[in-house]
Design a protein around this ligand. Structure first.
Ligand code: 5AD
Ligand code: SF4
Length: 423
C-alpha cells in the first residue's frame, strides 16, 4: 500500500514538472514514506531523517509521511526541527501546499476520508502488475496491531472510482490487477441509490476488461471470506488460484489473546470450501511468533497448522510490542532469544514447504506473466499464477510474450526455471 501511495505521489509531483531522482543530494523535495507495523522499521525512521537532513541541498524541503508520521504526530517536528512536513496516510493530496509555500510547516494526520485517491493525478503508465487500493483502515482489533490506530476505521472507496482506476490501469499497461486493503475482503460500499457492492462485484466487473488477464487481492481476514467471494474462485478463471489469508498463530489460546475470533476448525472449513471452488488453490499466511504468553506447545501448534495447510509464500515475524496496543501491556512477554529461535524454526518449516511446492511444479505448464529481464539481460522473469518467480532464457528472436505458457524444468526454494512452449 505504501508503494502504491508513493507512485501516486510521484505522479502528482510529475504533473507539476518534477522528475524522480534516486540521489538525496540532488533532490528538491524528499519524502520518507514510513510503516509502523513493527518496531524495527519505526526505529530506523528518525536516524534516516537525520541522514537526509545532513545530506540534502540546503534549500531542499523534506518531510515524513505514512504511519510513523501519524503515530509520532507533531513530536516529529521536535525531534527534527528542520522538517517541513508531517502527513498521515490519508493527507497526501495536501502535499502541493508545501511546494507553493516552502516556509510553512505542513501538518495533517487526520484519518477522515479517502479523497487522496480522487485528488491526486493518475499514474500515467501503469505497471504490468497494478495495485488498486479499495479500502483503508481496519475494524478488527487484533491486540498486537497498530493499524486501526494509524490507518483508522475501515473506509471503502466508491465502486465507480475503483472501476475508473482499474480501467485506466488496463488502458495504460496493466495486465494483472491486485486489489489492496488492510482488510480487503471487508470491502463494502453502498452508493446513493442504496446499492451495495462487495469485492466479488469488483472481481466480476474487472474480469470483463479484455486487457486484464489476472486478478488477485490482499490481505484477507478469515471470517470475512464470504460465500460470494469464495464462489468467484469457481466462476472467474482470471482470478488467480492464490490467496493470502493470514492465520497468525495455530494455537487457539494465542488466537484468543490476539482477539482473532476464529477456531482452527472454522479456518480449515474456509480452506476446504476454497479448495472445492478451485482445486488448485494455494494459500499463503502471515505468522507472528513469540506473542505474549506463547508456550512451546502453542508454537508447535503453529508449526502443525503450517504443515497441514501447506502454506506457500508466507511471511513470518517476531512479535513486536507496539504503542497504543493491548498486547504491549500483557504479562509474559517472550524474551528476544526465544522469539528469534522460534522464528528460525518456523522459517525453516515454511521454506521446506515452499521448496516442496516449487518442486511439485516441475514438468507442469503454467501460464505466466512477463515482469522484466534479469540483471544480466540474458533471462526473462515471469510470475506464475502462484506468484513464484520463473526464469526463462531470452528467446533468440527477442520477441517477448506478455503472457506465456511455460513448462517448468527445475525448481528450488526461491524460484523456478522453465521453457516457453508454443501454443
Ligand atoms: N508484531 C509483529 N508482527 C506484526 N504484524 C502486525 N502487527 C505486528 C506486531 N505488533 C504482522 C501481522 C500482519 C502483518 C502485516 O504484520 O502478521 O498480518
Ligand atoms: Fe491489524 Fe490485520 Fe488485525 Fe486489522 S485484521 S487489526 S490490520 S492484523
Amino acid at each position: 500500500m505504501n508503494v502504491y501511495d508513493s507512485w501516486r505521489i510521484a505522479a502528482m509531483l510529475n504533473a507539476r514538472g518534477m522528475t524522480q531522482t534516486q540521489n538525496v543530494a540532488d533532490a528538491d523535495i524528499i519524502i520518507l514514506n514510513t510503516c509502523s507495523v513493527r518496531e524495527k522499521a519505526t526505529n530506523k525512521v528518525f536516524s534516516e531523517l537525520g541522514r537526509i537532513r545532513d545530506t540534502k541541498k540546503p534549500d531542499a524541503i523534506f518531510g515524513i509521511i505514512g504511519c510513523v508520521a501519524r503515530e509520532t504526530g507533531a513530536t516529529a517536528f521536535h525531534r527534527i526541527p528542520e522538517l517541513n512536513f508531517v502527513l498521515g496516510p490519508q493527507s497526501y493530496h495536501k502535499l502541493p501546499a508545501i511546494l507553493d509555500d516552502p516556509d510553512t510547516k505542513l501538518f495533517n494526520i487526520d484519518l477522515t476520508g479517502l479523497e487522496k485517491f480522487d485528488e491526486m493525478p493518475q499514474i500515467t503508465t501503469a505497471p504490468v502488475i497494478s495495485y488498486i487500493p479499495i479500502q483503508e483502515g481496519c475494524n478488527h482489533c487484533c491486540t498486537y496491531c497498530i493499524v486501526p490506530y494509524t490507518r483508522g476505521r475501515e473506509i471503502s472507496r466508491s465502486f465507480d472510482d475503483i472501476m475508473r482506476d482499474t480501467i485506466h490501469a488496463a488502458k495504460t499497461g496493466a495486465i494483472e490487477i491486485c486489489f489492496l486493503g488492510q482488510n480487503v475482503n471487508g470491502y463494502n460500499y453502498t452508493d446513493g441509490n442504496g446499492d451495495t457492492y462487495r469485492l466479488s462485484d469488483l472481481i466480476r466487473d474487472t474480469a470483463k476488461i479484455p486487457e486484464i488477464q489476472r486478478i488477485r487481492f490482499t490481505s484477507s481476514y478469515p471470517t470475512e471470506m464470504s460465500d460470494d467471494l469464495i464462489d468467484m474462485f469457481a466462476l472467474e478463471p482470471k482470478l488467480l488460484p492464490f490467496l493470502n489469508m493470514p492465520i497468525q498463530s495455530g494455537a487457539p489460546d494465542v488466537l484468543k489473546r490476539m482477539n482473532r475470533p476464529y477456531s482452527l476448525d472454522s479456518y480449515m472449513e474456509i480452506i476446504e470450501k476454497l479448495r472445492v471452488a478451485r482445486p488448485d488453490i494455494q494459500i499463503s499466511s502471515d505468522f507472528i511468533v513469540g506473542f505474549p504468553g506463547e508456550t512451546d506447545s502453542d508454537f508447535e501448534q503453529t508449526l502443525d497448522i503450517a504443515r497441514r495447510v501447506k502454506y506457500i509464500n508466507s511471511y513470518s515475524f517476531k512479535y513486536s510490542p507496539r504503542p497504543h496496543t493491548a498486547a504491549a501491556l500483557m504479562p509474559d512477554q517472550i524474551p528476544e532469544n526465544i522469539k528469534r529461535e522460534r522464528l528460525a524454526i518456523l522459517d525453516n518449516t515454511l521454506n521446506e514447504i515452499q521448496r516442496e511446492f516449487n518442486e511439485s511444479c516441475v514438468k507442469k505448464t503454467l501460464t505466466c506473466l512477463y515482469e522484466g529481464a534479469d540483471k544480466t539481460g540474458r533471462h526473462l522473469l515471469y510470475r506464475t499464477p502462484y506468484m513464484q518467480q520463473c526464469i526463462v532464457a531470452k528467446p533468440e528472436n527477442d520477441v517477448i510474450q506478455p503472457m506465456a505458457q511455460i513448462k517448468i524444468t527445475a525448481a528450488n526454494r526461491a524460484s523456478l526455471r522453465g521453457k516457453i512452449v508454443s501454443d
